[in-house]
Design a binder for this molecule. Sequence first.
Ligand SMILES: [Fe+2]
Ligand SMILES: [Fe+2]
Length: 198
Amino acid sequence: MTLDLGRYDQVWRAAEPYMRARKNDVHIPLSFDWAVRLLEHFPQADADICLLAILLHDIGWWAIDMEEIIEQGFRSENILQSDVRYRHEAEGVRLGTEVLRQTGWSEEVIRQVCEIIDGHDTRPDPRHLNDRIVRDADKLWRYDVPGTAIGCDWFGETPAQNCDRNERILPKFETEPGRAMAIAALAATRKALKVHVL
Ligand SMILES: [Fe+2]
Ligand SMILES: [Fe+2]
């Protein structure tokens, strides 16, 4: 399957102002790329819905203060159900709808993309394959060296601790190809960052 990735350029441009928060200008392109790789395993998934959803899922962080993000979003007791998590999803639906309307996508596409964005972190169970692919792409970027480096800052951890955290998240993967890619990336990152000594 060859995807025409240029068809999303307008969306990238329209979303760009909202990506300068919470390292989303690194997270989103990397996770987008993981979604493209996952889609190769799932030709039955809807590529437009998955790719637009991963592209826009976190732009709602733009509307939230960075200190609040770190305090509540990463270092509180229950990070996945914290208030900022719900707010970034709701803001993501609002801003994502604006961006998709502005770039000419149909109301049906907007509905399906927003259904994934709304609850992508806080809903316990994914709804369908497109949702599951987005969730795995959202996690996979953390396993490479850049995501690990950023994770260390966010969680206040060493690379070895962050790799251990990522290992504990492996059971949460929704697809087998996603988990296999995460395991391979984690091994490569541990080797590259010499976590056996550092
Ligand atoms: Fe999120
Ligand atoms: Fe994300």
